[in-house]
Ligand binder design. Structure first.
Ligand SMILES: NC(=O)c1ccc[n+]([C@@H]2O[C@H](COP(=O)([O-])OP(=O)(O)OC[C@H]3O[C@@H](n4cnc5c(N)ncnc54)[C@H](O)[C@@H]3O)[C@@H](O)[C@H]2O)c1
Length: 352
């Protein structure tokens, strides 16, 4: 991998995917800087980068204040842009907080990149959430964009900033629309970060699982090592003609099967099914699976880790590290977001 001595910047690098990427890049000989102020309510964890502590430059600054680390932006050959809030539920409760994190900060950051390092390669962590409810599966990039939550709208705006500033030649961005990613270093202590984090938390604390709906909804989780490989390939590839590209997992599984595999490897825990709570029902997209063929043919990538294998290695990893990810005194966290830059602003209309 051509990263030896290459200066790279990872935004959101204390979080789940960003830290796994940082570790791989340090191992590949890159000179890694991370910009991450550990936004409350997101998945930052200093322990995530423990294996490479001392070999990374940590900048505890919001990417919306990118002028403060202009020299790092100027020096970077490749920027991996993973800063963001992933929770759809948080975005529905506090839309303006999500706007600030996922859109306003990105707009400011990309303008700084264009100013200090014109034409720089940026690989952005987009999301399949922008598509909304599927018209067909597996979903390719031609599918209409119809997000059904604020997170999808705000991430789509950031996706478009990357595409627009690339068309004008200010930056050279590739946007990876990721499906659900799982693996070591996911935050387990933050509720509302999706079913995989919830299932892992329950399994690792010996509790039964609950599935909303009948469990027939498809998902195609991608193991974090495969996702990291996709970022690494996109970082150094020639500019592709299509800049927004889907990245999915190797197999589409019903949620029931995902839950049953988690329960089995957690020690034969029970799995219960219950109707969607109202706040989840409005943002449920039903089944989803990715058509990643564009990414596969463009970059020569294929997700290699099947879900059960990825699950087993994830559980083994957490069993050795659990105290860094869950407070034994408070294994059942609850959603309580602090103010973000003076903004809290709960949703101002009643849920329908
Ligand atoms: N995890 C998934 O399944 C998934 C799926 C699709 C897309 N994504 C995208 O991938 C990216 C990383 O996701 P993750 O699962 O690692 O999330 P995470 O919550 O574990 O990490 C996100 C990190 O970004 C940091 N951050 C947030 N706003 C910031 C800002 N303004 N400036 C600097 N740092 C900031 C947080 O402090 C946190 O450390 C996100 O942009 C997310 O939307 C993730």
């Amino acid at each position: 991998m051509p990263y030896k001595n290459v200066p790279v910047l990872i935004t959101g690098g204390l979080g789940f995917i960003g830290s796994n990427l940082a570790i791989r890049l340090v191992e590949a000989g890159a000179r890694v800087a991370i910009a991450d102020p550990q936004i409350a309510g997101c998945g930052a964890n200093l322990h995530n980068i423990a294996p490479v502590a001392g070999r990374i430059q940590l900048i505890p600054t919001d990417i919306g204040d990118a002028d403060q680390f202009a020299s790092t932006i100027r020096e970077a050959k490749i920027i991996f842009n993973l800063a963001g809030e992933i929770s759809h539920i948080h975005s529905m409760e506090f839309p303006e907080r999500d706007l600030l994190i996922n859109t306003v900060a990105q707009l400011r950051f990309l303008q700084a990149c264009a100013r200090y390092n014109p034409g720089v390669r940026i690989v952005y962590a987009g999301t399949r959430q922008v598509y909304g409810k599927p018209d067909y599966l597996p979903m390719d990039e031609r599918h209409p964009v119809r997000p059904i939550d604020f997170n999808g709208v705000h991430k789509y705006a950031a996706n478009m900033y990357h595409a627009m500033l690339s068309r004008s030649g200010h930056i050279d961005a590739i946007v990876l629309r990721l499906t659900n990613v799982y693996g070591p270093r996911m935050s387990l202590a933050i509720p509302c970060q999706g079913f995989l984090s919830t299932f892992l938390r329950l399994v690792l604390t010996g509790k039964g699982l609950q599935v909303f709906g009948d469990g027939k909804q498809l998902r195609d989780p991608v193991f974090v090592d495969d996702a990291v490989e996709a970022f690494l390939l996109a970082g150094t590839a020639p500019s592709p003609s299509e800049r927004t590209i889907n990245v999915g997992g190797p197999e589409a599984l019903p949620l029931r099967q995902i839950a049953e595999l988690c329960a089995k490897h957690g020690g034969d825990l029970p799995v219960a099914f219950r109707p969607f709570p109202d706040d989840r029902a409005v943002i449920d997209i039903g089944s989803y699976s990715t058509d990643s063929s564009l990414f596969e043919t463009t970059f020569g990538w294929k997700p290699g880790v099947r879900f059960e294998d990825g699950l087993l290695s994830t559980l083994a990893w957490y069993r050795a590290e659990l105290h860094h990810y869950l407070d034994p005194a408070n294994p059942q966290p609850f959603c309580s977001l602090p103010e973000h830059q003076g903004v809290q602003h709960r949703l101002m209309y009643a849920a329908v």
